[in-house]
Design a protein around this ligand. Structure first.
Ligand code: AMP
Ligand code: FE
Ligand code: FE
Ligand code: ZN
Length: 288
């Protein structure tokens, strides 16, 4: 079976592999296609696409946008975006500025808690890429403040924890519109992170997003149970949305997630890519 991975992060955001290294890994893993979906940036795409051409791996240009949502985390993936679209550039500029403003505020909160973390330390950790909470987490582990990245999130960085500062400024509809205006398709990432109490609640949220123009649901995902995956596929079919999937690979930043395989045997079928292409050709995303 041809497999793919439609959710990965590079050093352009909070992954540990450079875009070239990630595409090389995809080649070793035998993936037919890989999408690069860094948080709120498209900086890694050119390098990845070039490497894909050299190695014969299909590289899909993507992005993962964080959006406003009252609880949990809502992320919207964009696929086949034109990365130089002026509209997308403006939106990413706004989101990146919100991140830049958040970093000093989170640093200040940690310093007030007696932890002498600095922006320079985080910049060094991010190696020129965009700084995110995982860089804070790794710095806290390195400083010996916490034992693990998971601990760092639980005690300081997760929503509601002591040093958490929100950063999202886009509504889900604004994110979907920006992706469409850049010629791409929008997909709801890792539905489990919406922290719904029951599937009915998740269904009504996705129905709302579908009205806003959502094109697909990431059904196959490292943290999704078999049952949730099946339920999401059913929901996607009922609402006429595309079925996609990916591991959310971050390299060493999340060593328990493997490219293409997720925690164990994720196996996202290449048909997901065909379905996205079919929608693009049909122009279904242009009608919202
Ligand atoms: P940010 O985009 O800066 O808000 O950081 C969000 C990223 O932090 C997510 O994409 C994950 O990579 C990571 N993350 C969120 N929660 C956790 C957690 N509990 N443990 C490890 N990583 C996490
Ligand atoms: Fe991440
Ligand atoms: Fe995400
Ligand atoms: Zn992700």
């Amino acid at each position: 079976m041809d497999i793919c991975d439609l959710h990965t992060h590079t050093t352009a955001s909070d992954g540990s592999d450079t875009p070239s290294k990630l595409v090389q890994e995809a080649k070793y893993c035998g993936l037919r296609a890989v999408a690069i979906t860094d948080h709120d940036t498209v900086e890694g795409l050119d390098e990845a696409i070039e490497q894909g051409k050299a190695l014969g791996v299909e590289v899909i240009p993507g992005v993962e946008l964080s959006v406003l949502f009252p609880k949990g985390n809502m992320h919207i993936l964009g696929y086949y975006i034109q990365k130089d679209s002026p509209y997308l550039r403006d939106v990413l500029g706004i989101v990146q500025e919100a991140r830049r403003q958040r970093n000093p505020r989170m640093i200040k909160r940690l310093q007030e808690l007696g932890i002498p973390i600095t922006l320079e330390q985080l910049e060094e950790m991010a190696k020129g890429g965009q700084i995110g909470r995982p860089h804070f987490a790794r710095a806290l582990v390195k400083m010996g403040v916490v034992k693990s990245v998971g601990d760092a999130f639980k005690r300081y960085l997760a929503r509601g924890a002591k040093a958490y500062v929100p950063k999202s400024v886009l509504s889900p509809k604004e994110a979907i519109d920006a992706i469409h205006k850049a010629g791409g398709l929008s997909v709801l990432a890792h539905a489990f992170s919406l922290e719904c109490k029951h599937f009915g609640e998740l269904e009504s949220i996705v129905e709302g997003l579908a009205t806003d123009g959502l094109d697909g649901i990431e059904c196959y995902y490292s943290e999704h149970s078999h049952d949730l995956t099946r339920a999401l596929i059913g929901l996607a079919r009922r609402l006429g949305l595309a079925v996609t999937g990916g591991s959310d690979y971050h390299g060493k930043a999340k060593p328990y997630i493997h490219l293409g395989r997720g925690k164990e045997n994720l196996n996202v079928p290449y048909e997901c890519v065909l379905e996205l292409k079919e929608r693009l050709n049909r122009g279904s995303h242009l009608h919202t």
